[in-house]
Design a binder for this molecule. Sequence first.
Ligand SMILES: Nc1ncnc2c1ncn2[C@@H]1O[C@H](COP(=O)(O)OP(=O)(O)OP(=O)(O)O)[C@@H](O)[C@H]1O
Ligand SMILES: [Mg+2]
Length: 454
Amino acid sequence: MSVKKTILLVDDDAGLLTLLSLRLRSAGFKVEIARSGDEALGRLVARQPHLVITDLRMDGMDGMALFDSIHEAFPSLPVIILTAHGSIPDAVNAMSKGVFGYLTKPFDSQSLLESVNDAFRHSAPTPTSAKGDAERPWRLGIISRSPVMESLLREVEQVASSNVSILLQSESGTGKELLANAIHKASRRRGGPFVPLNCGAIPEPMLESEFFGHRKGAYTDAMHDHLGAFQAADKGTLFLDEIGDLPVAFQAKLLRTLEEKSIIPAGSREKLSVDVRVLSATDRNLETAITDGTFREDLYYQLSIVTLEVPPLSERREDIPLLANHFLAAARKRLDRDIGGFSKEAMEIMLTAPWPGNVRQLLNTVEQVAVLTTTHLVAASLVQRALRGKTGEIVPLAEAQSKFERDYLVRIMQATQGNVAQAARLAKRNRTEFYKLLSRHHLEPALFRESSKS
Ligand SMILES: Nc1ncnc2c1ncn2[C@@H]1O[C@H](COP(=O)(O)OP(=O)(O)OP(=O)(O)O)[C@@H](O)[C@H]1O
Ligand SMILES: [Mg+2]
């Protein structure tokens, strides 16, 4: 380890603080301590550690309240919560809010170090300095902790303030539109409008009117004046989505408008100057399109003074737990359902899935499992099923058997509403054996009873 990782320990129990800091220091970490949540927040503002470990039950601000404040100001800073034995529901609740992990007291050195190393594996290598995310309101809603995304966001901040055109070129579902919106919010034009226009969705005869507007009577059915996207985006940002789908014939008109910074609405003779910053996005390779003759090279250069690439989700797996928990929290709220979070196995599947549809696919998967889950913690089998249609991956036989067994147990437990005696009878197994099977798959009979009531 070249640079020592810093861990901030928060506990009002001096004995535990000493013990924990001894263990962590001897494992090679730099440890800072705070005796209350308030003291911890004070330290965080001055200097951000790489990880926070806090006790849940503390006088004054408790661990969850501390987490909420940390999460708001530094969303990518991992937090581990220490809970007393018996407060597992609190811990599950904490995980579903985005806490990185929890340790149940008493814990041994090994599980402590495993959790700590796990947190470092899934988080950015360097803290984002004292300048917290609270000072970057433009990036609110962009969930990430991976180094690749963090460096992309730094680049965004740098180029946002200038007026240059930016082309976002990356796979579908990676977050291009979200980023375009963030660029607008980070720019000096943030007080002006952000106007998205999906070039692929406009029928060819309507392009002119959608881009430049028309006057009443310009066409037979033009009953009113129509403001085109350029005028609507005046003093703001125009986001040309799916720019690769724009017909070549229209590309020349767009180029001229960009060069002249003015438009002439259909049915008018008057040239109107417009002050617009243009961002565009595509999941097609425009260089290839230029070679094929389907995209004009001069327009490409005009649109791509800066090109940004949003990395595919498979190249920033550290973001998966954060995103998945974020989407689950939103779904829970919308559906008004009591979902505790993902089971460890469900999270493992998501962490290793290929995600060809990127963040959008993750979002859809989470929304699907949130609707379908009957257990308090989302089961691995459900995630697997949601992904199956899209991946068709071959897993080792032992894994497939284990999954089948788990699915089978879940189904039978649902059917019997958690009645183990009845479930064992149906499965033609004795009760002891059946209990063993359930515990091997971490399936709690109580969860099936609870969910059947709600
Ligand atoms: N880092 C992120 N944090 C939170 N939400 C995200 C993130 N990235 C993407 N999303 C969400 O995922 C969905 C897809 O993102 P977006 O529409 O921006 O992708 P896109 O690259 O424009 O996709 P497409 O190529 O399919 O148009 C949106 O609902 C967006 O809010
Ligand atoms: Mg898009």
